[in-house]
Design a protein around this ligand. Structure first.
Ligand code: NAP
Length: 248
């Protein structure tokens, strides 16, 4: 079966690094994003310049209709998907729960949790060997916040990632005999735009020295772990959450 991966939120950060590495490892890559056309085009141009195949597919992965369209566009371009990376995520705004806006709470769960469910459902409907598919692998991108709870900052986000990890574990068992492996990476502090989006770009430098390795991680370091979990080298690994967090 040819290698074809859909990576959600692949225009920037961890998703973009994963898209580049997947292309170097022989995958055709569907580069999903929600708004930043130029960034997605940059990732696709980089991949095609390496002689590999990539397609930018815009869509809000918390929307059922967009998920179906994005899967359809990816398959029309490169054939059946063999892998899915549920990477798209939003942090919401930094703040205490007593000040939390319901809209922010809903959006945080929509993108970090609902999108992963919808994409995993779409993938399983196509790839499950019980449905005539060829199997495959999924990686969910989670956060160490699920363990720390991120008090005074991002409790809503931490709770969403905890839900994602429980989904990871339960869904992995559900499809374990259907040729689909499901794993997660739990990221520590990674150098991306997400901290500025949460409302505090200085957060990265402030927390970096508190990590056991005394530095933030690079998106490429997460991409390495994701590509391993997708690979045959991880053939007996499912339902796992692998910390990629510099010792946390
Ligand atoms: P990022 O640099 O802010 O990039 C976010 C990506 O998600 C962008 O490609 C964005 O597309 C896309 N996106 C946002 N909402 C979407 C939606 N509804 N549908 C499809 N795509 C959507 O983020 P990152 O830091 O790389 O984070 C990637 C994942 O790692 C997230 O799940 C995040 O929670 C997790 N994580 C990150 C860290 C960290 O320290 N960076 C730590 C723990 C976990 P546009 O470019 O079009 O906006």
């Amino acid at each position: 079966m040819s290698k074809h991966v859909l990576i959600t939120g692949a225009s920037r950060g961890i998703g973009a690094a994963t898209a580049r590495l997947a292309a170097l490892r022989g995958y055709a890559v569907a580069v999903n994003y929600v708004a930043n056309d130029a960034a997605a085009k940059g990732v696709v141009d980089w991949i095609t310049a390496q002689g590999a195949r990539a397609l930018a597919v815009r869509g809000d992965m918390s929307s059922e209709a967009d998920v179906e369209r994005v899967f359809g566009e990816a398959e029309a371009a490169f054939g059946p998907l063999s892998a899915l990376v549920n990477n798209a995520g939003v942090p919401g705004k930094i703040g205490r729960v007593e000040n939390l806006d319901l809209g922010v709470l809903k959006r945080t769960f929509e993108v970090n949790v609902y999108a992963a469910f919808l994409c995993a459902r779409a993938f399983a409907r196509r790839a499950s060997v019980k449905r005539g598919g060829a199997g495959g692998a999924i990686v969910n991108v989670s956060s160490m916040a699920s363990k720390t709870g991120s008090p005074n900052e991002l409790v809503h986000y931490a709770a969403a990632k905890a839900a994602l990890e429980t989904f990871n574990y339960g869904f992995a068992a559900e499809v374990a005999t259907e040729g689909i492996r499901v794993n997660a990476v739990s990221c520590g502090l990674i150098e991306t735009d997400i901290h500025a989006e949460a409302g505090d770009a200085s957060r990265l430098a402030r927390y970096a020295t508190r990590m056991p390795m005394a530095r933030a991680g690079k998106p490429e370091e997460v991409a390495n772990a994701i590509l391993w979990l997708l690979s045959e080298e991880a053939s007996y690994v499912t339902g796992a959450t692998l910390p990629v967090a510099g010792g946390r």
